[in-house]
Design a binder for this molecule. Structure first.
Ligand SMILES: *Cc1c(COP(=O)(O)O)cnc(C)c1O
Length: 223
């Protein structure tokens, strides 16, 4: 139940050289573990459950940047809208409009990544390629002034087939470049969030700018 300090230091040293950001995925882990990693210098943490995130936010230092990385339900946006740093994994236009509404209520602009579905499993959320390309051209999207799309997020298949996983990361990078050249692109569109404990090195080789790592840093999750 503790942070793997050596692993943390070696991973962050490697990421720094490559200019890749780390979100430490702390879901299910106690606040003590988060604080321990905070004391090592980590400021970006990722959570998947709204209730858990809202609770941890009140108990931990104010300068933590909280990333919501899971599937977000529209009716729960209000609980994280006051403080969330980046909502990774927005998977519908409806959700974007709700985030926009809650951001406006809180007098702020909320940064979001669009989640793209490239993996084989149909359980993974996200826009498919056609939906994504339609969305980023739409004037309805540019009309939402309280959200800012700062990149894309995706997950590869859970598979031992390296070629397949690599191909999915490559596809995400290609879509990232396409969206960067669309009306949604611009100087703020810089984040390609891909790569987790098992595949982050490959994700970086394929162009990731932000990795989301949990179990390698905090140990396996048991629930
Ligand atoms: C849990 C989770 C991670 C981290 O997974 P690990 O394999 O523990 O590194 C990354 N991204 C998302 C979206 C997750 O839900």
């Amino acid at each position: 139940m503790a942070v793997n300090t050596d692993q943390y230091l070696s991973i962050t040293a490697g990421l720094k050289k490559k200019n890749v950001a780390l979100v430490a995925v702390s879901k299910i882990k106690p606040v003590e573990d988060i604080l321990e990693m905070y004391q090592l210098g980590q400021r970006d943490f990722g959570e998947n459950y709204v209730q858990e995130l809202a609770d941890k936010q009140t108990r931990l230092p104010d300068d933590i940047r909280w990333h919501f990385i899971g599937h977000l339900q529209g009716n729960k946006v209000k609980y994280i809208a006051p403080f969330v740093h980046l909502i990774q994994g927005v998977d519908s236009f409806k959700l974007l409009t709700e985030i926009n509404k809650q951001a406006q209520k809180n007098n702020r602009v909320i940064d979001c990544l669009l989640q793209v579905h490239v993996a084989e499993e149909d359980t993974k959320f996200g826009f498919d390629e056609r939906e994504l390309l339609e969305l980023v051209q739409s004037e309805q999207l540019t009309a939402l002034k309280h959200i800012r799309i700062t990149g894309l997020m995706g997950m590869a298949s859970f598979s031992d087939d390296e070629n397949k996983v690599r191909g999915e990361f490559r596809k995400l990078k290609q879509l990232f470049d396409t969206v960067a050249a669309s009306p949604v692109g611009g100087p703020a569109f810089t984040i390609l969030s891909m790569g987790m404990s098992g595949d982050y090195e490959m994700a970086i080789e394929e162009g990731s700018t932000l990795v989301r790592i949990g179990s390698l840093l905090f140990g396996a999750r048991v629930r």
